[in-house]
Design a protein around this ligand. Structure first.
Ligand SMILES: [Zn+2]
Length: 274
């Protein structure tokens, strides 16, 4: 067995644990947050990371040994989706989304605005497997590129199944008409980083953040934030949604950019459920 393979076998469980903790050791940061597990509280302090300067994405793996996958991983996210290389797979069924208006709370974790679900009632079904929505958050500009182009923003809805596997549903956002539902969140947008959640009045309907057509690109990737853990099922919706320029600017005023650059596709294939 090669050293790197042995290392990855040792590190993988550690990385899974560290997914549950964020920058600063609290449990509110990172792609996979809201995945409430005992490991979250047991996890050690993690290195500070960012999108700028000495702690920017090209340095993530140097900041903490738990972030090693950020540079050595072979199935990292995000990626550039080249549509001419996408393989149509007629055996894939369209994803099924079962979201309903739900109580949520919002947090500025220093990396993004994250909205935590206060129930476990929202699910997606991918190829017969059910994943439950834990949290959603935003990136500016988009992390995924399509044919080399960024969208203005990207929404990540992070789900987990019973086995602890993650599936992220990604929605690209372009400037256009206002999204009225979003104002429930944006009217109480927390400008400053804090460990305190902001209460959001009433229920929030995640369906209103999705396009009508749920046709998607699928591939195997990773968290796009440290520790860059792999084994994440990505579902990137083909059709973008629109937000107003003001709604995009409100986020951009807090996070001028919070996207990891695209990673090598390597030997992976991107499939489409068309
Ligand atoms: Zn994300």
């Amino acid at each position: 067995m090669s050293l790197s393979k042995r290392l990855s076998q040792i590190l993988f469980p550690i990385m899974i644990m560290s997914v549950m903790a964020g920058c600063g050791g609290d449990k509110q940061n990172g792609e996979a947050e809201g995945t409430q597990e005992p490991a979250a509280t047991a996890s050690a302090h993690q290195a500070h990371w960012s999108y700028e300067g000495e702690t920017s994405p090209e340095h993530w793996a140097e900041l903490d040994e738990l972030f090693l996958a950020c540079s050595t991983g072979k199935t990292q996210s995000p990626i550039n989706i080249l549509q001419e290389n996408v393989k149509d797979d007629k055996s894939l069924s369209p994803i099924v989304v079962k979201y309903s208006p739900s109580p949520v709370a919002m947090i500025n974790n220093g990396h993004t605005i994250q909205v935590n679900l206060k129930n476990q009632d929202n699910r997606i079904i991918i190829e017969g497997k059910t994943y439950t929505l834990q949290q959603f958050h935003f990136h500016l500009p988009s992390e995924h590129e399509v044919d080399g182009k960024h969208a203005d923003m990207e929404l990540h809805l992070v789900h987990k199944n019973e086995e602890g596997r993650l599936a992220v549903l990604s929605v690209l956002i372009t400037k256009g008409t206002e999204n009225a539902e979003l104002n429930k969140l944006w009217s109480v947008l927390p400008n400053e980083e804090s460990e305190e959640e902001v209460t959001v009045d009433g229920d929030f309907d995640m369906n209103k953040l999705l396009p009508a057509d749920l046709h998607s690109f699928r591939y195997q990737g990773s968290l796009t934030t440290p520790p860059c853990t792999e084994g994440v099922q990505w579902i990137v919706l083909d059709n973008p949604v629109q937000w107003s320029g003001e709604q995009i600017n409100q986020f951009g005023a807090i996070f001028p950019h919070d996207n990891r650059p695209v990673q090598e596709l390597g030997s992976r294939e991107v499939e489409s459920d068309e």
